[in-house]
Design a binder for this molecule. Structure first.
Ligand code: AMP
Ligand code: ZN
Length: 113
């Protein structure tokens, strides 16, 4: 399900451009527009779910797909130290209400000599 008022739904449907990293049938990963670490990539379900709790409760198959894609990218792009985190709710810092994981790392693989 796609919500036309949701920016991440519009990225998922390729209506708005993002700097894409990888995708599966169910999930999409793209670089965060305002990176806070050397690696800062977002991974989202292509269907609209307001946050990770709703995705977990309502669509476990999509949750597993998202976690697998997020983990695969984190392992590929970093030396193995990374975070995969989900702000859930306004008070926890969530600003975009379409579930998304932040893949962040201070140790990109390609910066190691
Ligand atoms: P959160 O605060 O957890 O809801 O995270 C939302 C994230 O989405 C922030 O890190 C933003 O920088 C990022 N963001 C917002 N709009 C875009 C966009 N059009 N393309 C890529 N990242 C975005
Ligand atoms: Zn959405």
């Amino acid at each position: 399900m796609i919500n036309p008022d949701c920016i991440f739904c519009r990225i998922a449907s390729k209506d708005i451009q993002a700097n894409l990293v990888a995708e599966t049938e169910l999930s999409l990963a793209f670089w965060d527009i305002s990176p806070r670490q050397p690696i800062h990539i977002l991974v989202i379900p292509k269907n609209h779910h307001a946050n990770i709790a709703e995705l977990t409760m309502n669509s476990p198959e999509q949750l597993v797909d998202l976690m697998q894609l997020g983990t695969q990218i984190a392992l590929e792009k970093s030396t193995g130290s990374f975070r995969l985190s989900f702000n859930t709710g306004e008070e926890a810092g969530q600003t975009v209400f379409h579930a998304h994981g932040h893949i962040t790392s201070r140790t990109p693989k390609d910066q190691i000599a």
